[in-house]
Design a protein around this ligand. Sequence first.
Ligand SMILES: [Zn+2]
Length: 486
Amino acid sequence: MPIELEAIIGLEVHAQMNTKTKMFCGCDNDAFGKPPNTTVCEICMGHPGTLPVPNKEAVLKAIRASLALQCTVNRENHFDRKHYFYPDLPSGFQISQYDFPLASKGYLTFDIPPSPRVGGVGGEGLEKTCRITRLHMENDAGKLSHLGASTLCDYNRAGTPLMEIVTEPDLRSSDEAVRFAEELRRVLIAVNASEADMFKGMMRFDASISLREKGTQKLNPRSEIKNLNSFKALGRALAYEENRLRKLWEDDGGPLKGSITVGWMDDEGKTRILRSKETADDYRYFPEPDIPPLRLEEEMLENTQKTLPMLPREQRKAYIAMGLSPAEALTLMSQQGLRERFDAIHTETADPKLASGMILTQLIGFLNVHSKTMASAPSSEEFIALAKAEISGRISSHARKEVLEKSVMTGRAPMEIIEKEGMRQISDDSVLEDWVAKAIAANPDAIASFKKGKEAALGSVVGWVMKQTRGQANPGKVTELLKKKM
Ligand SMILES: [Zn+2]
């Protein structure tokens, strides 16, 4: 009888924190679009004699993430030096946390839909929990680009605050690993600890996989796949490596003899062996002598716990109960800032349809069409003002859409656009009656079909008035007046 094998998978996740400054210096932490080596200083370049100072905002964000992952935050923890030589690490060591990390022993529950990758989330799917071993803080390295025979170094990223989140080997398939990672990403976004933008490399994975006979508890030597930068790469690399290990098991009659480190060649769809696994001894860890241990107050931790928002699984259910589709609920939690704006409009207006139209349809649509990022989105307060302008009848829904698009394109505040461009709604009957008369004269065909009983024809006449008034007419009143007139 053939033996049945199962995959044992664990992840190490690196997430950049969205702080204003870097982990140990005052350099700008947002280097996106900035020329290479312009957001650097002596500290993040590792010059001798400089002193690193931990970034309080980063520590607080890492604590928020730890609490959201149900970890115990260790009230006393400290930084260590992890030594290795690589040109992207000018000091020759990374400041990380080794034997006393910020947080340990947590877990994250996530959903697995009924049939993988079909039908969204919810329904009769499975619920699965993966334990979190630890969460610690460290600094990111610089970035190397290889250009023919030469290599270029950009140290803008050096010193960016990172959280490293390590899981227990509780995952059993590539699909589970991806589902877990997606849920983790939503949690980091929800607690505002990371933007976790995959395209900007803000979240990266190392995945370990080994096989064992089903029913046994032994952990065999594993293959660690380094530097996976997308969910797709994570899923493909794990599926490939699982297959490869199964074939090796058949040929050799057992698991790997020793642990290995492999790289994922995305273009070829294969892994390649890089080296045999290094051990902690290789890094010569020792406590960072320039930074005193962190001692955290119980009260501060309790207060931080109180400020955490509803976590994504719960929030998703709340959105669905509000009438949003599961996919829409996930979209709101997919990017920093969407949920905050949606919630602000909804709290103010108690109108989930309006909030979803403004955020899910219009804001996301305009950002995509005009290739803009959330940095171009109006703030929550500006959205509320815009929603109120519509509810009070000051502008039409048509004008609201136009204002929002202009605001995304130009970065100007929506209310300023309304003031400066005279986009108030026309509700004055005498003014509208003139427009209605003009509309009847200009659209004889539509009027004729309406008279023959085609209700829908009226829509195009109202549309004509909206277009002529640049969206300023009140469409409800125009419809009313048109009907009266005929
Ligand atoms: Zn610096």
